[in-house]
Design a protein. Sequence first.
Length: 278
Amino acid sequence: MAEMRQVEVRRLGQVEYATAQQLMRELQNQRLNGDIGDTLLICSHPEIVTIGPGARRDGIIVPADYPTIDVDRGGGITWHGPGQLVVYPIFKWDLEEEGNVKKIISKLEQWSIGALDLLGIILGQGESSRLVQTVRDQQQLVTNISAFNLSFAWGEGFFGAGAEIADPSDPDAVAKVKAAILKQVDTVLADGITDEELARAKRKTIARVAYDGQSAHALADSVASNICGMADPDYDKHYAHAIESITKDDIHQAAKAIRSTPFGGWDERFKGFRKTQP
């Protein structure tokens, strides 16, 4: 089993990008000197686009209505803004499974994706899930409802909910269902989740991973899915370990990120990036 590390988590709220950068430099020096242990910063930024060396080399143009900042890391451009949860690790990467940047990034992705996956199960997968018990059974607004997280190595994923409206003739039905779903997310933020909810979600997830390896057909399907979706044929093995380490507080952070993201997404904000013409 992979070794676990002790991590101090600092939640900064919304901070300016430059402020976070300065803090990271200070913490990096402290970590190198052994003054602090591994530290994880969780925050968000006011809207800003970082421009890395690769973007400058390739002549990427960012529209004038975006605030920008040049950075010396990363290859291209990265958008940050309200509703986007950003995680900065100040770690000494010295464990066996942390041998290169790809493995490190994969490890962080598995943790964040796992927290969102478990939240989806708690909210809307199974008869004991919150949306099924409240929106379907108690309020009877829908005949079917679910929540889910979709994540991919090659692009943005999304967290969503799907439902079949009980009374399609009601012009306010969609608004009522949307409000009811958000209320359950707010309940997670206000009251947290129970130990049993977290344990059930973990059991369901780990059982799914185990089932995927029980036959040659299922294993082949799982490997193909891992390669196409996550660019790692062994993704499920690492993912199962990440699931075991997720805490109730991690689920709370996932719910917070979802609740702070406006419906409709950020698609319109990404249409203006382009390369200069030769």
